[in-house]
Design a protein. Structure first.
Lengths: 444, 314
């Protein structure tokens, strides 16, 4: 854990340096598209009221000065599969965003959705010697959390203190200066495959960029698409992506659970391609332009030219009805939603005080999805769009960019994580002192 | 052995294969170059520094040769000359208004321009300062009018006083500035005469005194400045009125009032001393003193003011 603590701390420092320079890049690496935004932190806090962007959520201190998105390459199920391809895609999108922004981006904050995220709720408890909670006590209670065996090659992506309790007063968000004898904390830890982070770091470094932070895509999209009340009262955010569907549950402004269902929009496209015997691009077009989940009588008569360039006239002049498309899409969407339901059940979402569910991500734009989701997930469902942020072009404000927008919010106002607190001195490994001593002896 | 004759139509020429789609990703080199280009310092160096350096270097190398430098300066001078000597800028004649013939002649001699000349060569300010050194000219308005006319509107000084001083006689205007020298008093009999060192400094007071002299003006011969401090009004018959330094006009008024009341200036009085205005002193002439002395039986005074020797023995 100590090593992780150091790397995350280094990333935090890099983020601070980037903010001081005023420019930071946002890189959302998804399965179907890669989005990059260049944020400028001028600190002026001036809003352009004409755009309808008010001082929402305290995110007025930055501005998007360049944004671009491109088709993702080499990414499968939210994981980097072909590094060279992904690197090219990152280069494409970063070059385009830089060109729009007119400034050079050196630090990026990235998010990924895959890597089999798993959440853990940890708790720790210490005895307060001074009878009062100090900053040091907060750090040591976080360090005292019992860490389960995450498994081989797992890395901690988020470790956020969710709740503090002093003696029997629970539900504190900031326990400092509270008087008491005992300090306990609950911490939410999200781990993903370590190789995935390594690959991401490698890809980004090969693009001459520095990684200034890393976040989970489902966390980022929830930050963008859940409104403040939903984050406070409790809500689940479901991010329909290409390679997977992210699920995250928020309560009291903290993420308490996150998971990823490994079925996404790409599988729907694949079903269409197989069922209608068309190529994948044609299937993708059919899905986005004519897709749906609720068939009506009119859809039977709505014939769509499939097209093709096989050279076979019969094959190229085929038409399918919209009802066919819907008939292929619906079972797969239902399956995704069933899986989401299972995930939510496993997380105990039923026991949450609020049953609000927000659908976001590119897949949430399927017409009629909210009706279908109401039947499977529960009654309180809305389709969420990301928060409006200053300077973002209109075509980049649809739900598929919610994780990018959330990442921008994350870059501007990161929530406290474990590594934001000073590690208690006794848990520093003694090895480092010895290493420093050796270095001095060797070099002087 | 059999022939297989292919009756199928000849293979149609295949349409050229669509070119493989270009990779939209920038190559690593291009990406790095773009990022370098977006670096502010590099950008500034390339866009400002490098061109400036190149221009400076080419200019420097070209100018390093003496002949080229001379050629350049000559060329510039030639172009300037050509433009300045264009017909539109030529000044062909000079008009002088408001000057007497003598001043006109002096001016024409003084303005050292051989017309026609280019208006760029005429420095009007310097010319004006030069002309203003002429005493007779109070102000001059020099300008080049359209049509190539150098117009000078002259305002001459009006002589108001004659000033006699050890080196001659000069005419002064009302402010005491020299207008011209005259050879004798008779040249300008109409002007009042002042004399003495520093008289020109107080010419305004002198003019006031002369205005105030009023009824005795026909008898006034002039004003004499004493000690650069006060005036003496000199009348004919050797009479003079000594005026105080302060309030001279008032004192003169008092003297005139005395004269009108008692006709003191018609009597044999040499000096009316008003230097202390509250205590006028009158100095009698010789004849009057002798009249008094003879009446008292005292010896008479000679013209030099000394008592005559008794001519008893003679």
């Amino acid at each position: 854990m100590a090593e992780l603590y150091q790397t995350q701390r280094a990333m935090r420092n890099m983020r601070r340096a980037a903010l001081q320079r005023g420019v930071i890049g946002i890189l959302d690496i998804g399965t179907s598209k890669i989005a990059c935004m260049v944020l400028k932190f001028d600190g002026s806090g001036t809003m352009r009221e004409t755009d309808g962007v008010g001082p929402m959520a305290g995110q007025a201190n930055f501005r998007v000065i360049g944004a671009a998105s491109t088709r993702s390459r080499g990414v499968r199920r939210g994981e980097i599969e072909t590094m060279a391809e992904t690197e090219r895609a990152i280069r494409t999108v970063v070059a385009a965003a830089q060109k729009l922004a007119g400034v050079r981006v050196d630090h990026v904050i990235a998010c990924m959705s895959g890597g089999r995220p798993s959440s853990y709720g940890l708790d720790g408890q210490i005895v307060l010697e001074s009878g009062k909670v100090t900053e040091h006590d907060v750090a040591s209670v976080l360090a005292s959390c019992e860490v389960p065996d995450f498994g081989r090659g797992r890395e901690v992506l988020h470790a956020q203190p969710v709740n503090f309790a002093v003696d029997n007063r629970s539900g504190l968000s900031d326990p400092r200066d509270h008087a008491g004898n005992k300090l306990a904390c609950d911490m939410h830890v999200l781990t993903i495959d370590g190789d995935l982070i390594g690959n991401l770091v490698q890809c980004i470094r090969r693009c001459d960029l520095e990684l200034a932070g890393i976040a989970s895509a489902s966390y980022a999209s929830a930050r963008a698409s859940l409104v403040e009340d939903e984050q406070e009262l409790g809500a689940a955010c479901i991010d329909f992506g290409g390679g997977g569907t992210g699920v995250s549950i928020f309560v009291k402004k903290h993420m308490i659970f996150s998971d990823n269902v490994r079925i996404g929009g790409n599988l729907v496209t694949q079903d269409l391609a197989q069922g209608l015997r068309v190529s994948l691009p044609v299937a993708e077009r059919l899905k986005t332009l004519n897709g749906g989940v609720e068939a009506t009588g009119r859809d039977d008569r709505d014939m769509i030219e499939v097209g093709g360039d096989t050279g076979d006239w019969e094959a190229d002049r085929r038409t399918v009805s919209r009802a066919d498309v819907i008939g292929i899409m619906r079972p797969r969407v239902e399956e995704i939603l069933e899986n989401v339901r299972q995930t939510l059940d496993a997380a105990g979402f039923d026991h949450m005080p609020s049953q609000q569910i927000v659908l976001t991500g590119g897949g949430s734009q399927i017409p009629g999805l909210d009706g279908l989701a109401t039947r499977i997930l529960g009654p309180n469902i809305r389709c969420g769009r990301p928060l409006r942020i200053d300077g973002l072009a209109h075509q980049l404000t649809d739900p598929s960019f919610s994780s990018a927008v959330g990442l921008a919010l994350f870059a501007a106002h990161p929530q406290d994580e474990w590594w934001d607190f000073e590690m208690p001195a006794d848990s520093y490994p003694a090895r480092s002192l010895r290493r420093a001593y050796r270095w001095f002896r060797n070099n002087w | 052995m059999s022939f297989v004759i292919d009756h199928r139509p000849g293979r149609q020429s295949e349409p050229p294969l669509p070119r493989p789609k270009r990779d939209p990703a920038p190559s690593r080199l291009k990406y790095r170059l773009e990022r370098m280009w977006l670096t502010p310092l590099y950008r500034r160096v390339v866009r400002v520094g490098l061109p400036a350096f190149l221009i400076a270097m080419t200019a420097g190398l070209w100018m390093a040769d003496e002949g080229r430098r001379a050629m350049l300066t000559d060329g510039i001078a030639g172009v300037v000359e050509k433009i300045q000597s264009r017909d539109a800028f030529q000044v062909k004649m000079m008009t002088i208004e408001g000057a007497s013939p003598a001043v006109d002649k002096a001016l024409r001699g003084m303005l050292p321009i051989d017309l026609p000349a280019s208006s760029f060569d005429i420095d009007l300010v310097a010319l004006r300062l030069q002309v203003l050194q002429l005493d007779a000219i109070e102000d001059i308005d020099l300008r080049i009018k359209p049509g190539g006319v150098l117009s000078a509107v002259v305002k001459e000084r009006v002589p108001a006083l004659l000033w006699r001083h050890p080196r001659g006689i000069e005419m002064l205007d009302a402010t005491g500035h020299r207008v011209a020298g005259v050879t004798s008093r008779d040249v300008r009999r109409d002007l009042p005469l002042i004399a003495g060192v520093g008289a020109d400094q107080a010419s305004e007071e002198a003019l006031e005194l002369i205005d105030a002299a009023g009824p005795i003006l026909p008898r006034v011969r002039g004003l004499v400045r004493r000690g650069e401090r006060r005036w003496d009004l000199v009348l004919d018959k050797g009479q003079q009125i000594k005026l105080p330094a302060e309030g001279a006009v008032t004192a003169l008024g008092a003297a005139i009032a005395m004269h009108q009341a008692e006709d003191i200036l018609g009597r044999d009085i040499r000096v009316v001393d008003l230097r202390n205005p509250s205590r006028p002193i009158v100095q009698l002439g010789i004849d009057a003193q002798n009249t008094i002395r003879s009446a008292r039986g005292q010896p008479l005074l000679g013209p030099d003011g000394k008592p005559l020797e008794e001519e008893k023995g003679g």
